[in-house]
Ligand binder design. Structure first.
Ligand code: HXC
Ligand code: NAP
Length: 293
């Protein structure tokens, strides 16, 4: 009888498929690396020898990210930066270059999101999420690309996405549209900048719960009681699994991989039921009353 065993657990934290020192002498610029997935991704690069640059807005996040890298024994620079502001991004790259030389890898991890029915969404709510998630990702990529084109040096960009880029995401019209833009932009930039030695890929996390999730996202997740059994893998992702995928994509072993978006989600987004359950509106799922204009 076939047993339900789920996908196996990965090797322990600290293990790596890449050789020790793969990123020795290189700097990796990670947006939003003071929390959650960005912090985990930065940690895996640090374990492989990279100096880390953390760019985000909140001092408490920058401090937490710095502490995490120092605990691993890595070199780290934190820079206050709102990725909606191109001038702040340029200043952050100046500081990074002064400290470690021009970063050879950019991880566009920072994003904004909260669940809200489309009809309730304010103009500023839409603009804020699109501005951070799509515009901010482009502005960081452009800064990185311009500097490498001028220097004549190769580089690698990894844009963190979400699977509702393909499917749409009820309750997330702003974020899903922005992530679809990020996926599409990844493909364009990979073609435009390949001749200059710059790889551009996407990395889509499945469900990776972590303690830094915003109250809005935690509140949304709390609508499902048991996280593991709703995944085909019978478990959620382990943060290091995403970090390993990011380090691989930006490593010398993936140089011919470009314009690709790698999904690390245990096949969750392909899940379909044999018979569909009744549709429940986003308003009902969120416990909201009727729309009253
Ligand atoms: C409706 C909301 C809202 C909510 C904010 N807004 N939260 N509307 N429901 N829950 C509205 C505000 O009312 C405001 O519109 C507008 O959005 C901007 O809000 P501000 O607080 O002024 O913006 P700002 O200070 O720039 O903060 C941005 C933020 C915040 C996105 C609102 O949450 C943030 O900093 N987030 C960063 C981290 C983050 O979002 N992480 C999630 C990534 S997870 P008005 O009209 O009132 O001015 C992810 C995938 C998760 O992407 C998938 C899980 C399964
Ligand atoms: P998170 O902990 O909320 O991290 C988001 C980070 O983005 C924060 O560190 C935040 O730092 C930074 N940020 C937000 N707005 C910024 C701005 N304007 N300028 C600079 N930095 C900004 O979320 P997460 O779960 O780790 O998500 C990381 C990435 O994975 C995102 O792209 C998200 O869409 C994607 N993702 C996550 C999941 C999941 O299960 N966790 C699933 C699918 C996709 P500051 O507040 O300090 O600015």
């Amino acid at each position: 009888m076939a047993e339900i065993i789920g996908l196996p657990e990965p090797p322990p934290i600290g293990a790596s498929a890449l050789p020790a020192g793969t990123f020795d002498g290189e700097a990796v610029f990670v947006t939003g690396a003071g929390t959650g997935l960005g912090k985990a991704i930065a940690g895996e690069f640090a374990r492989l020898g990279a100096a880390i640059v953390i760019a985000s807005r909140k001092p408490e996040h920058l401090e937490a990210g710095q502490a995490a890298i120092e605990e691993i024994g890595g070199r780290v620079l934190t820079v206050s930066c709102d990725i909606r502001e191109p001038d702040q991004i340029a200043a952050a790259f100046d500081a990074a270059t002064d400290a470690f030389g021009l970063p050879s890898v950019l991880i566009n991890n920072a994003a904004a999101n909260f669940p809200v029915p489309a009809e309730d969404m304010s103009t500023n709510a839409w603009r804020t999420v699109v501005d951070i998630t799509l515009n901010g990702t482009f502005f960081c990529a452009r800064e990185f690309g311009r500097r490498h084109l001028l220097a004549g040096t190769p580089g690698s960009i990894v844009n963190v996405g979400a699977s509702y880029a393909w499917t749409g995401g009820p309750g997330f019209a702003h974020s899903a549209a922005a992530k679809a833009g990020v996926k599409n932009m990844t493909e364009t930039l990979a073609v435009e900048w390949g001749p200059y030695g710059i790889q551009v890929n996407g990395l889509v996390p499945g469900l990776f719960p972590h303690e830094d999730m915003t109250a809005d996202i935690k509140g949304n997740l709390s609508r499902t009681n048991e996280k593991d059994v709703v995944q085909p893998a019978m478990r959620v992702g382990r943060l290091r699994e995403l970090g390993w995928a990011a380090t691989f994509l930006a490593s010398p072993y993936a140089r011919f991989v470009s314009g690709h978006t790698l999904v690390v989600d245990g096949a969750n987004w392909q899940r379909r039921a044999l018979t569909n359950p009744p549709v429940v509106t986003v308003r009902d799922q969120m416990g909201k009353g009727p729309f009253e204009g």
